[in-house]
Design a protein around this ligand. Structure first.
Ligand code: HEC
Length: 126
């Protein structure tokens, strides 16, 4: 290879090689992120179908059909004013309140992985 050709080859190959250092970890990061989200949704699905106390109802029991059918689109309307709570609430606050008032639970700290999992699952509902 003569010098000008070598220069051209370097001009193409060096950025190509460097870009691999960026692209490969990014792709790995995507796989990890996808898996984490999928796990959260699966956990949320389990929680959605269980009640927090014997004899209490699961979310699913009241929200699968009818006027209270829950969908991702509905969840997107938060934050909004909640009549029952008499203030503007986030989706997590509303979900947490449902756990306490309808599903027999004690409620969770906001940001708790289980609350986020429920939110992640509900957001997939059509
Ligand atoms: C016994 C029935 C019942 C159970 C169990 C129940 N809910 Fe509800 N939920 C309702 C009713 C009725 C409403 C509408 C009145 C209100 O907003 O308080 C509602 C409202 C909601 C809303 C607001 C919907 C909107 O359009 O703004 C969300 C979100 C919600 N529930 C999530 C849940 C989750 C998550 C669970 C399980 C932890 C759950 N609910 C358990 C009856 C129930």
């Amino acid at each position: 290879m003569n010098p000008p050709k070598m220069f051209l080859a370097a001009l193409v190959l060096i950025p190509l090689g460097l870009s691999l250092f960026v692209i490969v970890p990014l792709a790995e990061g995507d796989a990890k992120a996808d898996k984490a989200l999928e796990d959260a949704r699966k956990r949320g699905q389990v929680l959605y179908k269980q009640s927090w106390k014997k004899g209490a109802k699961a979310c699913f029991a009241c929200h699968v059909r009818g006027p209270n059918k829950l969908t991702g689109r509905r969840l997107k309307t938060y934050p909004k004013y909640d009549k029952a709570l008499r203030k503007v609430v986030t989706a997590q606050e509303k979900i947490n309140n449902m756990i306490k008032t309808k599903s027999g639970g004690a409620g969770l700290d906001l940001g708790h992985a289980d609350l986020t999992a429920l939110e992640a699952y509900i957001s997939t509902l059509k």
